[in-house]
Design a protein around this ligand. Sequence first.
Ligand code: HEM
Length: 140
Amino acid sequence: MDQQRIERLENSFNLVAPRAQELVDRFYALLFSRYPQVRPMFPDQMGEQKKKLIASLVLVVQNIRTPDKLLDPLTEMGKRHAEYGAVPEHYPIVRDTMLEVLGEIGGDAWTDQLEQDWTAALDLVSTVMIEGAKAATSSV
Ligand code: HEM
């Protein structure tokens, strides 16, 4: 990931971070309205889940300059997600829902460039998580 992309990711995240609660509220509302089939995978009470999602986004952005540090936590997170029933096909759904909500919150500050930057970042996160899940489930 080049330096400019990293800076755009950091700056744009700082812009939406004060509205993190709104971001996650809207994210799950949109996810569950578009893809009601995933609702039963999540707990009834979503408060803790929302906090954890924010924390994971913060973790990713804070370590984006040293991505090696993200490998272990994201691999472990991917393994846990396999246990929750997440499959690779779910990841683009989550990515696109997150992109849409970032766009809503970003308003005029949200650009095509940022859409591409966040797509790349979320795809990277997804790839590591899916690899982690594969490693966990492939026996022999
Ligand atoms: C960018 C990708 C994703 C990120 C950053 C993310 C982040 C998180 C985090 C931080 C948690 C808290 C628990 C833990 O750390 O294990 C969590 C839980 C969960 N995630 Fe994800 N997630 C992602 C993708 C997905 C996908 C694709 C699905 C599939 C529908 C999914 C479904 C779930 C479920 C069902 C739980 C809650 C399980 C429970 O508490 O019983 N996530 N996610």
